[in-house]
Ligand binder design. Sequence first.
Ligand SMILES: Cc1cc2nc3c(=O)[nH]c(=O)nc-3n(C[C@H](O)[C@H](O)[C@H](O)COP(=O)(O)O)c2cc1C
Length: 192
Amino acid sequence: MDAENGPIVLFSTWFKEAQAAEINDAGAMALATYDPTAKRISNRIVFLRGVDETGVLFFTHRDSPKSADLLQHPNAALTFHWKSLRRQVRMEGFVRSATTQEVNAFFASRTRKAQLDIWASKQSQPLKSREVLVGDRAAFEADDQLECPDHWCGYRLVLDRVEFWASDRDDSHDRFVFEKRGTGWGETLLYP
Ligand SMILES: Cc1cc2nc3c(=O)[nH]c(=O)nc-3n(C[C@H](O)[C@H](O)[C@H](O)COP(=O)(O)O)c2cc1C
């Protein structure tokens, strides 16, 4: 199962299998953040945009509620649930900002429509009507070589805990966790 090589190798194997098995969005992950001022936890889906030993990369709006949470309280958690495979992966750690190069490279890789959406986004602010958003997007259409706006950013969740859960067709469950120990990982089997 690749587990002896640590959680990132195993996650990458499971993720490839999920990409082949799920009808869409295998990279959709629930991101939980904490607002220490309001003392509230919130949760939303973001897309996985990269994963390696340095952590898990995602991109978002710099002025969004999730960014405000992460800037105040960098600890966060991610959950994947791949229904077709009957598998779950939970990840915990703290975020670091992605580099400007990473954010720019991501923006450059997006379709023109997605770039216009990013430019027009005032993510999570009230929107009077859909027509207003169409107008906001149109304002950027004259520029045919858009560069990444300052309000777009990225975060990397640096992992210290990664938990795998799997169920087979007989409904028996297997659960194990990797926890960071020094520069390596310790692995523990858990009651499901
Ligand atoms: C499948 C899916 C993928 C999404 N991917 C992203 C993403 O990569 N980045 C992002 O900012 N929002 C993404 N969203 C929208 C977020 O779930 C959320 O509505 C938005 O980021 C505002 O969150 P906030 O108000 O908690 O900051 C995605 C939503 C779905 C359903």
